[in-house]
Write a protein that binds this ligand. Structure first.
Ligand SMILES: Cc1cc(NC(=O)CCC(=O)O)nc(C)c1Br
Ligand SMILES: [Fe+3]
Length: 239
């Protein structure tokens, strides 16, 4: 499995793996997430950037919550996280001299559980890590059973740099996991979704880029009030 991830990330910068956990374990994660949603744990998605038109609502319709997967109420999300960790860390060791791409991965954010309520909510085209905040790989696990793109929308479209005008269209199918480089190589958008759409995202840190970002962050924090609108809470991890 992690050979596939290394090969696809080296070749395309994007990798899709289906049947990642298998039906039973996939369903245990979905049940945990839908349980959280009905309990109203999710809050309105935060802004990704602050250059918005006067109507802030149009920027993103997803609702999110951050989970570390350690407590008992989300032990299945915790199981998913440890599965992804082991793939990434094995790939990190196995790739050429212990690096996947040019990265040495030594940490990650918490898991961000996102839900698009499905009233035509979308996510504007963006880059996850445009300014070297340390995040190098985005991993997204999808939980949507019987998803039909024509009726339900919610396609993730990636515009990989260097693919000319070709795009990567990813359907958010149940038990599918997607990896892609988090930086400017992979601008992406979520097209309007017309059915509740769940995804769990993890961002993995490259040790040196992260260290550099934290150093810069401390300098900034000393000189000005640090404007963390551009860095989503939880994605920053702890510097
Ligand atoms: C909070 C946050 C969410 C996302 N999500 C997606 O790009 C959607 C992926 C999908 O659900 O297919 N991206 C960023 C840069 C931030 Br920050
Ligand atoms: Fe994104």
């Amino acid at each position: 499995m992690c050979r596939i991830v290394i090969r696809d990330m080296d070749q395309f910068g994007v990798c899709v793996v289906d049947n990642f956990l298998g039906y039973k374990r996939g369903m245990s994660v979905l049940d945990e997430v839908t349980g959280m949603y009905t309990k109203g744990v999710f809050k309105d998605g935060q802004l990704v950037s602050n250059k918005v038109k006067n109507d802030l609502k149009t920027i993103r319709g997803d609702q999110i919550t951050w989970i570390d997967g350690k407590d008992d109420s989300c032990k299945n999300i915790g199981m998913l996280i440890s599965q992804v960790d082991s793939i990434i860390l094995r790939a990190n060791k196995m790739a050429n001299n212990g690096k996947i791409g040019r990265y040495n991965i030594n940490g990650r954010t918490k898991a961000m559980v996102a839900c698009y309520p499905g009233h035509g909510t979308h996510y504007v085209k963006h880059v996850d890590n445009p300014n070297r905040d340390g995040r190098c790989i985005t991993a997204i696990y999808y939980l949507n059973r019987d998803w039909n793109i024509q009726q339900n929308g919610g396609l993730l479209r990636i515009f990989p740099e260097g693919w000319q005008d070709k795009v990567a269209d990813i359907e958010p199918f149940f038990d599918r996991i997607l990896f892609f480089w988090s930086d400017r190589r992979n601008p992406h958008e979520v097209q309007p979704a017309f059915k509740t759409r769940y995804a769990i995202t993890l961002w993995y840190f490259d040790s040196s880029e992260r260290q550099e970002a934290c150093r810069r962050h401390q300098v900034e924090a000393q000189s000005t009030v640090s404007n963390n609108a551009s860095l989503t809470r939880g994605a920053t991890g702890d510097c």
